[in-house]
Ligand binder design. Structure first.
Ligand code: SF4
Length: 108
């Protein structure tokens, strides 16, 4: 299982500042089974309970941005790892389109 934890259970010091993690105090997933969010490799899970918790969570946006920033596995901010890969891909394409990703532009 991943060492990642969710919501208020995330280890302190994973990030830059206390303010960056204040959203964890309001996590709807506090106390939920981590297996719902991080199914063991090789097991099948629809992650339905996790995604349902995220739907009603008031800190979905900062949670999603955290997972995108740190490339976290599992369910974060109402998205699966696969969905976040797509979001990163779309954002990268948008940055290139807007000329904001110098490294990728130089490699072209
Ligand atoms: S959005 Fe989902 S994973 Fe993130 S804190 Fe809320 S319930 Fe937990």
């Amino acid at each position: 299982m991943s060492t990642s934890t969710i919501g208020g259970l995330a280890p302190a010091g994973h990030g830059n500042s206390m303010n960056e993690h204040e959203w964890r105090d309001k996590a709807a997933c506090k106390g939920m089974d981590a297996e719902e969010f991080f199914p063991a490799r090789g097991t099948y899970s629809t992650q339905t309970l996790a995604l349902r918790a995220c739907e009603a969570c008031e800190v979905k946006e900062p949670c999603l941005e955290f997972a995108l920033k740190f490339n976290e596995p599992g369910v974060w901010g109402g998205t699966s790892s696969r969905q976040r890969r797509q979001i990163r891909k779309e954002r990268r394409a948008e940055r290139i389109k807007n000329g904001k990703n110098k490294r990728l532009i130089e490699l072209k």
